[in-house]
Write a protein that binds this ligand. Structure first.
Ligand SMILES: N[C@@H](CCC(=O)N[C@@H](CS)C(=O)NCC(=O)O)C(=O)O
Length: 307
């Protein structure tokens, strides 16, 4: 493998944990560049143009936003088709959507408030906790996500546990006999819950055993990289060849556009529309520091507007 993948992340990020486990599972060597847990992110904002979520992956001058796309890149680099989310179907796909939709927020909503605050104070200190909460309240503004709270959050988690237990009755893994991206997508909200609650998962034995198997995959060969080296990789590389665009692009290729998530963290990235495929949007950004960068977004869950 000649391409080096850099993961911009922070250790407590559950979506990043999903990707770190992919590296461990596939023995893919990876470079880690730690980001702050809330913006501004000086190591990252100049590369993405302001995408405000974590994690982001970088291969040279190509920048990948959202784990749906990062997983595809890891699947490609490692030759592990089971890590490509577009390969998941049926009940495994349903469970994956459930886990990364309402259950992601319910995983936090079901932690007793005092416990949650204590976890944040331990991790960030008093001023950091204040900043973190303020940031996360603003994260939801303008988006479609409505996190469940109280009894509703508990119902969401119970329903996830029920569906997961059912899947694990039919096979060792969410998708059947083999581990796939579906396991990691269901795992990371539960990992978030466990990290915030600081107690073992209260779930059936089958779920607990599955949880331990996934947790024990580990992160593989991680090496830390400096911001300077990540920027150098962007500056000294050319973006890779663009895919052929599909005919149903909502905006003409070459137009000035803004791309933003629909659900939360609705901060637009501006650039020139370089390509649109069935599953991907690629925006070209020019800057004096890096030359041309291509920023990739999934098509599902993101909007493109002509500027
Ligand atoms: N759909 C996105 C969701 C990513 C996400 O929600 N990440 C969380 C951290 S795990 C986040 O960005 N929170 C706000 C922040 O870190 O600024 C993905 O799959 O990458």
């Amino acid at each position: 493998m000649t391409e080096t993948i850099i993961l911009h992340h922070y250790d407590k990020s559950p979506y990043a944990e999903k990707i770190r486990l992919m590296f461990g599972l596939t023995n893919t060597p990876w470079s880690s560049l730690l980001s702050p847990a809330w913006p501004p992110r000086p190591n990252l904002d100049p590369l993405t143009g302001g995408y405000r979520r974590i994690p982001v992956a970088q291969i040279g001058a190509d920048i990948f936003c959202d784990t749906a796309l990062i997983a595809q890149e890891v699947a490609r680099l490692s030759g592990s088709a089971a890590l490509d989310p577009t390969a998941v179907e049926g009940s495994a796909l349903e469970l994956m959507k459930q886990a990364e939709g309402q259950a992601f927020f319910a995983a936090i909503g079901t932690v007793p408030p005092v416990r949650l605050i204590t976890t944040m104070l331990q991790g960030f200190g008093p001023i950091g906790t204040y900043r973190f909460i303020k940031d996360r309240v603003s994260l939801l503004k303008g988006g479609t996500s409505r996190p469940p709270k109280g009894d509703k959050a508990k119902l969401v988690m119970d329903s996830l546990f029920y569906a997961l237990d059912t899947r694990l009755t039919e096979g060792a893994w969410v998708g059947g006999d083999n581990l796939s991206v579906a396991d990691l997508s269901v795992f990371h909200p539960l990992w978030l819950h466990v990290s915030c609650n600081r107690k073992p998962l209260a779930a059936s034995q089958k779920i607990q055993q599955w949880y331990s198997r996934v947790e024990n995959i580990g992160h593989g060969a991680r090496s830390e990289i400096s911001q300077e080296d990540a920027f150098k990789a962007a500056r000294e590389s050319q973006p890779r060849l663009l895919p052929v665009s599909s005919s149903d692009s909502p905006v003409a290729i070459g137009a000035a556009v803004q791309v933003a998530p629909l659900d939360y963290g609705v901060v637009p990235v501006a650039g020139t529309l370089a390509a649109v495929t069935e599953t991907r949007i690629i925006v070209a950004r020019e800057s004096a520091d890096f030359g041309t960068l291509h920023v990739h977004f999934p098509r599902a869950g993101y909007s493109i507007f002509a500027k």
